[in-house]
Design a protein around this ligand. Structure first.
Ligand code: M6R
Length: 363
């Protein structure tokens, strides 16, 4: 039941600290990930992994895009990420030592399942499913699995399934790195342990985000910007807004602005940007200046230490500091809340948006 919450989506957003904790439970040792979490065959498979292909749809695809940044940076493994409906009709080239990874909340998405079946006819070393539903088709048909443990997700707009997928993908990243005898990252492990509590602090900003959301209710378009691993978070923020508020939203890597989308920016265009304190911050700040110079309305979700101050044309929501590696996960939360509140203001059916189904079991 929804309990005290008005919608399942809101309940599921607020469950995230708890389910992230569940996703980590029993899977960490003092300084590393327990590779056995992926099953007894995982160690041997990860040792042989020289590349990774990630396949998924929708929000799960966005989680895969984040994982590309992580696996390449922290495990030194090249990664390709693709939507299942494209992948299954291509003629993918599979280099030696490639692991196939599928991501799905339901484990029953038709295109993702078909992609797995197709992949089995190709030269992969094995298949891993990261999934939220035990016993689903994807889980049954993959060589190894990791469950995300988000619990049932009722809202059509995926929230807690996404953030627990990100946790699972960070566990994968660290496990592959370790199995290949590369770096271990005790700092990231420590940050993972504090993540539920940091998420709780972000959720406490709900009221402030609700106030921000008022600026969107009358808008027809919105632009989301991020850089690096936050580009997929911008994509996810835009997808959430589209799905439940029916506002047309697009996401761009901030560096692409002047290659086209800047032409759309005027005083009617809200521009939402995620600004964690990472090595792309200075570049992002200059992208934001480009928006301001065109009179765009900026909404910035920023790390407390970055020093972007609210001004007449910039509204800033400050987030607690978190390890750079985990910032994409944390910055997802305010974007979920923002689209939720905009949808409530617009009076749409938040849990059952028009034209959409929770599980897309047809092609
Ligand atoms: O169950 P899956 O993760 O395979 O579902 C994939 C997409 O259909 C799903 O993420 C969809 O995009 C959601 N409605 C997003 O909120």
């Amino acid at each position: 039941s929804k309990g005290e919450y008005r919608h399942y989506m809101l309940k599921e957003i607020f469950e995230q600290p708890k389910v992230i904790e569940a996703a980590l439970e029993g899977r960490l040792s003092a300084n590393s990930v327990l590779v056995e979490s992926f099953g007894p065959d995982a160690q041997a498979l990860f040792q042989r992994t020289r590349q990774v292909h990630i396949i998924a749809c929708g929000t799960s695809y966005h989680a895969g895009l984040v994982a590309r940044y992580w696996l390449e940076r922290y495990a030194g493994v090249p990664v390709q990420v693709e939507v299942a409906s494209e992948y299954r009709y291509r003629h993918p080239v599979v280099p030696e030592g490639t692991l196939f990874v599928s991501l799905s909340q339901s484990g029953e998405t038709a295109d993702t399942l078909a992609a797995l079946r197709f992949a089995k006819t190709l030269d992969y070393i094995g298949s891993l499913a990261i999934c939220n539903v035990p016993g689903s088709s994807l889980v049954r048909e993959s060589d190894i699995t990791l469950m995300t443990r988000a619990g049932p997700e009722i809202g059509v707009a995926s929230t807690k399934a996404f953030t627990t997928q990100l946790v699972a993908l960070m566990l994968l990243t660290l496990s592959v790195s370790k199995a290949k005898g590369q770096a271990e990252y005790p700092d990231i492990i420590a940050a993972l342990r504090t993540l539920p509590e940091v998420c709780q602090r972000v959720l406490a900003l709900d009221r402030q985000i609700e106030i921000l959301s008022q600026a969107f209710a009358e808008k027809h378009h919105a632009l989301f910007l991020g850089r690096g691993a936050h580009y997929p978070i911008a994509l996810e923020g835009a997808l959430k807004l589209k799905e439940i508020s029916y506002i047309h939203a697009e996401a761009y890597p901030a560096g692409e602005l002047k290659h086209g989308p800047l032409a759309l920016v005027d005083s009617e265009m809200p521009v939402i940007s995620v600004a964690p304190n990472d090595d792309l911050l200075e570049k992002l700040k200059s992208n934001l200046q480009e928006v301001r110079a065109r009179g765009g309305q900026l909404f910035v979700f920023a790390d407390e230490s970055v020093g972007i101050n609210a001004q007449e044309d910039i509204r800033v929501l400050t987030l607690p500091h978190v390890h750079e590696a985990l910032a994409p996960l944390l910055y997802t939360l305010p974007l979920q809340l923002l689209s939720y509140h905009v949808a409530v203001l617009k009076g749409t059916d938040v849990d059952q948006p028009r034209n959409l189904a929770k599980s897309v079991t047809v092609e």
